[in-house]
Design a binder for this molecule. Structure first.
Ligand SMILES: Cc1cc2nc3c(=O)[nH]c(=O)nc-3n(C[C@H](O)[C@H](O)[C@H](O)COP(=O)(O)OP(=O)(O)OC[C@H]3O[C@@H](n4cnc5c(N)ncnc54)[C@H](O)[C@@H]3O)c2cc1C
Length: 407
């Protein structure tokens, strides 16, 4: 039996490991366009020089030998024949499978801003190759514009702080990391970043890249008519699922990406999917979990994806750590909000009918453990007798005889 995995990242690697841990004899083949295994979440540490390529690898030494996984690297899957059960590879070979997991992730998306797709020196930040290019180019220029202030844009920014360049971050929303942070928590970072010399342009739209005779960027024109000088543009304006190689295969995709059920199955028997290729909830922990779930189901062990929160992020920029979970602002007044500011530490919980829907913990993250426990144990926070932010671990040892937690 050959189990083939497309993609050597969060989903693919964890799926391969799970397959081997559960079956010592299975033939496991992993094929990836990437020539390295690395964590995209720490590419900014490569940009800022804190880590070399090898130190981005999140697998143990000799992972492929240890787990007896054949890795075909630097090769792209360009098609799939689900009747013949074969993948078409960019090296002109075919690869047969008994079962296959599609974990090919996504690619940077460049929006249709005039000249953005055609100008030189416009780079996304998705792959190691992008980071290598950014690192080279940032040493040659004076002005860098970053489009988009989501996690990727802020990573790019953090990675370039020590370069001798002027950085301008352009964002349509009113703050950085709008999905992960509220105004208060975002502002803490913005103030620090301003001290580092970063320029912010919030609430504006990039309309055109002005280029010189050699098609190199000179500036970005905003909808306010202002021109932001830049010779390098880092476009962190979203991603698109890597589903191009599934065209005409009969494997179902929608506008987001590959469609899978909670077991990781696609509409085609023996074809599974996991991670960013689905275009839903594109974060590392979800990709890992989906990879593990799909692998179990490939082996006939029925398990399901049931995440309690769509998004959970931990970040650390400018020496300030933050964990954010679920929603960051009340959707309406039926939700309640508790906040606490103590020195540099900030906490916020959003809840409704005793259930926590979102939280932000910034500064000292020790409360995250308590918060996780409150959520995991399904504790109705209306029954918590103490102020919410005073709850500590000792409270969780308060149990009835039937092991139910009491307060
Ligand atoms: C700069 C950056 C910062 C991020 N920061 C965070 C963070 O702080 N927290 C967080 O939770 N998430 C973060 N993410 C998102 C996180 O990295 C992704 O959710 C995660 O990597 C998804 O894993 P994946 O295995 O689905 O796909 P990917 O990591 O995209 O990997 C896809 C794999 O498939 C291979 N591949 C693609 N197409 C083909 C093909 N046709 N044939 C063969 N191989 C192919 C690629 O080479 C690669 O090995 C960040 C992402 C980026 C880019």
């Amino acid at each position: 039996m050959a189990y083939v995995i497309v993609g050597a990242s969060a989903s693919g690697i964890n799926a391969a490991k799970t397959l081997r841990e559960n079956d010592k004899t299975l033939e496991i083949i992993l094929v990836s366009k990437d020539e390295y295994v690395y964590s995209r979440c720490i590419l900014h540490h490569f940009l800022d020089g804190r880590r070399e390529i090898e130190a981005l690898d999140f697998t143990p030494n000799n992972f492929f030998e240890m787990y007896k996984i054949k890795w075909i690297k630097g090769v792209e899957v360009i098609g799939i024949d689900v009747k013949e059960k074969k993948l078409k590879l960019s090296n002109n070979e075919d690869l047969s499978y008994d079962k296959v997991l599609l974990a090919a992730g996504s690619s940077s998306f460049l929006p249709p801003i005039e000249n953005l797709r055609t100008a030189n020196n416009v780079i996304g930040l998705r792959n190691l190759d992008d980071a290598i290019k950014i690192k080279e180019e940032a040493k040659k220029v004076k002005n860098v514009a970053i489009l988009g202030a989501g996690l990727v844009g802020v990573d790019a920014l953090a990675g370039l702080l020590d370069y001798d360049v002027n950085i301008t971050l352009i964002e349509m929303g009113d703050r950085i990391l709008p999905l992960q942070l509220d105004n208060y928590a975002a502002n803490v970072y913005q103030e620090r970043l301003k001290e580092e010399g970063v320029n912010f342009k919030f609430g504006v739209r990039a309309e055109k890249v002005i280029v010189d005779d050699n098609n190199n960027p000179v500036s970005i024109k905003l909808n306010t008519e202002e021109e932001v000088p830049c010779e390098l543009i880092i476009a962190c304006t979203g991603v698109r699922a890597n589903v191009g190689f599934l065209n005409d295969s009969g494997i179902e995709c929608d506008k987001f990406g590959l469609i899978i059920n909670s077991k990781g199955e696609t509409n085609v028997k023996d074809v599974y999917g996991a991670g960013d290729i689905t275009g839903r909830n594109p974060i590392w922990p979800t990709a890992v979990k989906e990879g593990i779930i799909a692998a179990n189901n490939m082996l006939g062990k029925e398990i399901y994806m049931n995440d309690f929160f769509g998004s959970k992020n931990t970040m650390n920029f400018c020496g300030v750590a933050t964990m954010s979970l679920g929603i960051v602002n009340k959707p309406d007044d039926s939700y309640k909000e508790e906040t606490q500011v103590k020195g540099k530490d900030y906490k916020k919980i959003i809840h409704k009918d005793g259930i926590i829907y979102g939280a932000i913990v910034q500064g000292d993250l020790s409360y995250v453990g308590v918060l996780t426990q409150l959520i995991k144990e399904n504790i109705d926070i209306r029954k918590v007798k103490k102020p919410l932010f005073d709850v500590d671990y000792s409270d969780f040892f308060n149990e009835k005889e039937n092991l139910e937690f009491v307060y």
